[in-house]
Design a binder for this molecule. Structure first.
Ligand SMILES: Cc1cc2nc3c(=O)[nH]c(=O)nc-3n(C[C@H](O)[C@H](O)[C@H](O)COP(=O)(O)OP(=O)(O)OC[C@H]3O[C@@H](n4cnc5c(N)ncnc54)[C@H](O)[C@@H]3O)c2cc1C
Ligand code: SF4
Ligand code: SF4
Ligand code: SF4
Length: 400
């Protein structure tokens, strides 16, 4: 034990599960799974929230106190573009919870904590670096483009800038891959929100884990980002669930370079995908009207939005009267205004919109400039109050 303690004076580690089964099933050595299992078994957390694979096109969030279920859910699912924030708010209000968080999950949870919907003291965010998720339908299109039957694809992987798909037909496995850049040049690939996402390493979480900077695909590179992160990490090491070594200097550099490269690509995608900036004022107006007039007021974009904490008496719903004959409904106008300081550009709203409104672009167009002007980046620091936090009184009254 003394030897392990002596090793734990760094911020950066390579870490992996001691248990061979977890190490094999885990995306990069099972550190995240082993840490959640040790936290459950040592009563560090009450429940874990993990994602269970249903198929390569579907991952289901599972809230569990059963370590065996956590083990079954090891691995990375790129075709499950879910955000876990609302599950934490809904199901774990009074429980200590540990969960893997992509940067957009962690940012959503932090914004909800600012709105007093969740107490961060009870939440252990084991951050995952994130290059992208893919919309399941887009993943199926890639399968067809690879000349595979989408229904026979059994495995997917994103590695070294390539998307790999493996199909199984009549007992025979076929593997196909292509570089993401080439696929995207042909119109296939990641979600628009992911192409333009610049938050790649979740240092706002308690730990930040990923393959970048690791010299072995069965060892996770781990950054300890908070005291809570240090505690859950130490618990996993001390109780013998994970093994660690200090990360080499070169690995730290490589990881930074990978992130910088991804951020540069994201900036260029953002420019390419912005079909509004080249338009005149009246053309822009027309673009917004044309897109938003198709809204059928299903409310799905509000329900999934990880930073929206309003309930049924939300002003976007209360003030919207469908008998009004404006081309754009008050619902959409109010949502745009309300999220100007807090939208994290995660694209969840667009994913669920049944009439395919380009909501990521629209929300980004309005919120990005405002956030820049307010010098505020949502979801990064729980101590930073949203500048347009006008409902403080109502939430304070409700807070325990
Ligand atoms: C969508 C995605 C993209 C990623 N992109 C990168 C990248 O570009 N660069 C990089 O360095 N690392 C990336 N990672 C992280 C990497 O794949 C591993 O998760 C990380 O190295 C930890 O490995 P592990 O073996 O310790 O995790 P594991 O022990 O395998 O645990 C992973 C945990 O993540 C959960 N999970 C699986 N899919 C999702 C999902 N879609 N959303 C939320 N939780 C999920 C699983 O249920 C499991 O609990 C990505 C991960 C995901 C999920
Ligand atoms: S928006 Fe960013 S963090 Fe979220 S899934 Fe996409 S790339 Fe990952
Ligand atoms: S408005 Fe859309 S992009 Fe912005 S935080 Fe909500 S779901 Fe994400
Ligand atoms: S998801 Fe689309 S159709 Fe439904 S309310 Fe939102 S913008 Fe309108």
């Amino acid at each position: 034990m003394e030897e392990v303690k002596a090793k734990m004076n760094s911020k950066y580690y390579l870490a992996w599960a001691k248990d061979e089964g977890i190490r094999k099933k885990g995306a990069n050595g099972g550190f995240v799974t082993a840490t959640l299992v040790s936290a459950l078994e040592n009563d560090f957390i009450d429940v874990a929230l993990v994602v269970r694979k249903k198929s390569v096109y579907e991952g289901i969030p599972v809230l569990t106190s059963d370590a065996e279920v956590v083990k079954e859910c090891a691995g990375s699912l790129h075709g499950a573009p879910i955000n876990l924030t609302k599950y934490v708010v809904e199901h774990a209000a009074k429980k200590r919870i540990g969960l893997p968080t992509k940067p957009c999950d962690a940012r959503g949870i932090i914004e909800q904590a600012k709105r007093r919907q969740v107490s961060l003291e009870n939440v252990f965010m084991i951050g995952l670096n994130c290059g992208a998720t893919l919309h399941p339908l887009r993943m199926r299109e890639i399968a067809s483009y690879y000349a595979l039957d989408p229904d026979s694809v059994v495995r997917e992987e994103i590695k070294e800038g390539k998307i790999f798909l493996v199909s199984e037909e009549e007992g025979e496995e076929k593997e196909k891959w292509m570089k993401i850049d080439e696929l995207e040049a042909k119109g296939y690939g990641r979600r628009d929100a992911c192409k333009s996402c610049i938050t790649k390493i979740p240092t706002m979480a308690d730990l930040a884990c990923g393959i970048w900077g690791s010299n072995d695909e069965k060892k996770t590179f781990v950054e300890v980002c908070s005291e809570k992160g240090g505690a859950i990490f130490e618990n996993a090491v001390d109780s013998g669930y994970v093994e660690i070594e200090e990360a080499p200097e070169k690995g730290i550099e490589t990881r930074q370079k990978k992130e910088a490269g991804m951020q540069k690509r994201a900036a260029s995608w953002k420019e390419k995908m912005d079909e509004v900036s080249g338009l005149s004022r009246s053309e822009r107006f027309e673009f917004y009207v044309d897109a938003l007039k198709n809204c059928i007021h299903c409310g799905a974009c509000k329900a999934v939005c990880p930073v929206c904490a309003c309930e049924e008496d939300a002003k976007c719903l209360e003030m919207n009267d469908e008998r009004d004959s404006y081309a754009i409904s008050m619902y959409n106008v109010l949502r745009i205004f309300h999220l100007m300081d807090s939208c994290i550009h995660c694209g969840q709203c667009e994913d669920v919109c049944p009439v395919d409104i380009p909501l990521t672009l629209i929300q980004r167009r309005f919120s990005e400039r405002m956030q820049h002007r307010l010098r505020y980046t949502p979801g990064m620091d729980v101590m930073e109050k949203p500048p347009l936090y006008e409902t403080e009184l109502r939430w304070s009254a409700k807070a325990e």
